[in-house]
Write a new protein. Structure first.
Length: 134
């Protein structure tokens, strides 16, 4: 979130309230420089989206997404993007319900770096060679 604190105009939060001021849901949307499958800059991105279970399938989520899309469009975005865990069927269905298409499944990798900055494990470390001219 530090990058958004430096540029608060790149992030917006929308909330939906019931008649008794009960919080029904929220949507957090940002502007990203790019996203998989989207041309143009910036790209609106659904960072977080939640509707309480008792109000799902009632139009609350659709209204929140529409507000986020309008905000992104007003900031120059021509595309919206989002993500969900592959196993989160409810989120995938909700995205499809408001017109989002699944684009690609992505696998994330990670590696903890040792404090020395040297690669862990066995074997030899690659050596840097000077470029040779032909």
């Amino acid at each position: 979130m530090a990058e958004y604190e430096a540029e608060p105009e790149r992030l917006a939060v929308f909330v939906a309230e019931g008649p008794d001021a009960q919080l029904l849901g929220f949507l957090e949307v940002s502007l990203r420089p790019s996203a998989n499958g989207c041309d143009g800059r910036p790209v609106g991105y659904l960072e977080g989206w939640f509707v309480i279970p008792s109000h799902r399938r009632s139009g609350v989520g659709r209204a929140l997404v529409a507000a986020g899309e309008a905000w992104a469009r007003g900031h120059g975005a021509t595309w919206m993007a989002s993500d969900a865990y592959r196993t989160n069927r409810a989120s995938r269905a909700a995205h499809a319900h408001v017109g989002y298409e699944e684009w690609v499944e992505l696998v994330h990798f990670r590696k903890r770096l040792g404090s020395s900055g040297r690669p862990r494990g066995r074997g030899t470390s690659p050596r840097r060679r000077a470029a040779r001219s032909p």
